[in-house]
Design a protein around this ligand. Structure first.
Ligand code: ATP
Ligand code: MG
Length: 603
């Protein structure tokens, strides 16, 4: 495999080349799967033969191990598998690959199901529920193992793990046969049954497929297929003390479910020959029938500035570098959802990155671009002051009237009148963005600055309100600007006749000081400062961005008091924010920065 830093990085929308689509199209044209029967649920050859022709044109599956939270890479796999099934009149199975007794937990099962639903997919299709657990196939797997033994394709090996490693050979040298390789079928059967009955200790013997110790593909050198493990399983309890190995279990799971296209990542390419070997041997034994599932490998999704290793994510959570699995900076789906990512934005990423046979890195900005693209046409706008500075309108009483407020109207979305209008009041004191005032303006500054060198102060428009002219400012004891003073230019209210008679170059956003809402806003940035935080064995903790989370009090339009958890807004000129789904309370939302309006990391 190519090292990550030797592969190319995509920065723009990647071409959506997808060899899987082409493969499926070709298979459908050739009617490769048209004669398949479906027994209404997983089962062996006889079970399916008794059922009608399969109405699903293809069958794919998403097969996570329930041993952790899903991340953006899994989203890619979900979108691919469920998306291909949807697009080609097929069905995608939701399968928990829970054959490993020790690691699985219900908490993960629930969160995985929730994530798949959230992404917009469902395993109930054609009126059938396609939620499956691989551990329900243990009986069949056992039977398959006995069939292999009976047909001379498997044997019980009593070499130690060390001996097996030593006799396995290398990439350049063939392996050597185990002294137990040619033991008679009856002896193999007896020993395997004794293994099942708990008569032998863990590690004392193992069942191996009898393929070819001289194969150039090490995966074909008599791979282990069943091992002894005295462990309780969350589904089957203590029924079994032998468990199938992944390389044996996975092809069988696919075959029992009559999967047509078994899609996995490139690391499994070398296992495909055994996948095919095993299913052919079981078909000869009458347990399975053609057409058999076929495995296809695609390049996993690699995104810069994140890590997806379960172990490292766990370390970030356990050592409290982040605030839990759903920390909005993590690439877990629970974290990304909390950050404001939408199912559509992740589907877009999956679409854009296609499916290819060679590894590459996708720049994080591509993901952010997908979110912006999705949110732009969907989210209502709102004004917010993130770094608030008070502005006092000194001629309020003369222009508007003492004790009065000035109602303002703004479109909820500039291009979608059907979204309706926002209503809020201009009041004598407002919050503006600190950067919209300069005591001594740099060249070309178009926003507010006080009278200079005998010239009057600058004029700018308060968005949806009046043109104002800066007349001065106040400082606090430390010499920091505490308030800007300005006068309203009469007859310039937005939307009134003649409002444009006074031309100004700057428009500034604002929030009423007396009617606006003070909210907690969490400004998130990338969790790592390095594009490949864990490349080359480096300690990824050293690449943590110390400024990945900043909590501020922002002022926002009063209407945002009604923001519901998960509701997203574009804070004009700042970016997209989401009401935090965990910490928001009725009338008191907490906002997370989902993504800025433009890529601030681009050169
Ligand atoms: P583990 O290291 O524990 O095996 P995993 O990420 O492979 O973790 P699984 O639960 O085995 O987790 O993965 C479920 C499915 O998601 C698999 O089919 C796997 O190929 C796919 N998948 C995982 N990571 C990615 C990724 N980065 N890009 C695309 N698909 C992925
Ligand atoms: Mg895996």
């Amino acid at each position: 495999m190519t090292a990550p830093n030797e592969t190319k990085t995509h920065t723009g929308p990647a071409p959506a080349a997808n060899f899987l689509r082409n493969t499926i199209e070709r298979d459908l044209e050739a009617h490769a799967y048209a004669t398949r029967h479906w027994g209404g649920g997983p089962g062996d050859a006889a079970h399916h033969a008794a059922g009608p022709l399969d109405v699903a044109k293809i069958r794919t599956r998403f097969p996570p191990e329930p041993n952790g939270y899903l991340h953006i890479g899994h989203a890619k796999s979900i979108c691919l598998n469920f998306g291909l099934a949807r697009d080609f009149g097929g069905v995608c199975h939701m399968r928990f690959d829970d054959t490993n007794p020790e690691k699985e937990e219900q908490e993960y099962v629930d969160s995985i199901l929730d994530a798949v639903h959230w992404l917009g997919f469902d395993w109930v299709q054609n009126g059938e529920d396609h939620l499956f657990y691989a551990s329900n196939y243990f009986d069949f797997m056992y039977r398959a193992a006995e069939t292999l033994i009976e047909r001379g394709h498997a044997y019980v090996d009593q070499q130690s793990a060390e001996e097996m490693r030593a006799t396995r050979g290398t990439l350049t040298e063939p392996g050597t046969n185990s002294p137990w390789r040619d033991r008679p079928v009856e002896e193999n059967l007896r020993l395997f049954r004794e293994m099942r009955d708990g008569k032998h200790a863990e590690g004392s013997m193992i069942l191996r497929a009898k393929v070819d110790m001289a194969s150039p593909n090490i995966n074909l050198r008599d791979p282990a297929i069943y091992r002894i493990r005295f462990a309780e399983h969350h589904n089957t309890g203590n029924t079994w003390c032998i468990y199938p190995m992944y390389t044996f279990a996975h092809p069988i799971e696919d075959a029992l479910e009559r999967i047509t296209h078994s899609i996995c990542t490139l690391e499994f390419e070398d296992q495909r020959p055994f996948y095919d070997w095993l299913l052919e041997r079981l078909t000869e034994g009458g347990l399975l029938a053609h057409p058999l599932p076929h495995q296809y490998e695609f390049a996993r999704l690699n995104l810069t500035y994140i890590i997806t290793s379960k172990r490292k994510l766990k370390q970030l959570v356990d050592e409290k570098h982040v605030e839990g699995w759903d920390d909005p900076r993590l690439p877990t789906l629970v974290g990304m959802r909390r950050r404001g990512y939408t199912p559509e934005s992740l589907q877009l990423l999956a679409e854009r990155t296609g499916a290819s046979k060679s590894n590459s890195w996708i720049d994080y900005s591509v993901l952010e671009g997908c979110l912006r693209e999705d949110l732009e046409g969907k989210t209502e706008r709102a004004m917010a002051a993130l770094d608030p500075l008070k502005l006092k309108l000194t001629n309020w009483d003369e222009v508007v009237g003492a004790g009065k407020v000035e109602p303002c109207v703004a479109p909820a979305h500039p291009h979608h009148p059907e979204f309706g209008e926002r209503h809020f009041n201009l009041t004598p004191e407002i919050w503006i963005e600190r950067e919209d005032f300069e005591e001594v303006p740099p060249k070309g500054f178009r926003r507010l600055y006080p009278p200079q060198n005998g010239q009057p102060g600058n004029m700018a428009r308060l968005k949806y309100g009046y043109v104002i002219e800066c007349t001065g400012f106040e400082k606090d004891a430390e010499g920091k600007v505490a308030a800007v003073l300005a006068r309203i230019v009469p007859d310039t209210k937005s939307g009134t006749p003649g409002a444009d008679s006074v031309k100004v170059k700057g428009v500034i956003t604002w929030v009423s000081a007396s009617e606006g809402l003070a909210v907690e806003a969490r400004l998130y940035d990338r969790l790592f400062t390095e594009a490949q935080p864990d490349a080359g064995g480096r300690d990824f903790l050293e690449a943590l961005n110390p400024n990945s989370r900043r909590v501020i009090t922002a002022w926002v339009e009063p209407g945002l008091a009604a923001a519901k958890p998960d509701e997203k807004f574009q804070f004009e000129r700042h970016g997209y924010f989401v009401a935090d789904r965990v910490d928001s309370q009725a009338g008191k939302p907490v906002f997370n920065l989902a993504v800025g309006l433009k890529d601030s990391w681009a050169k």
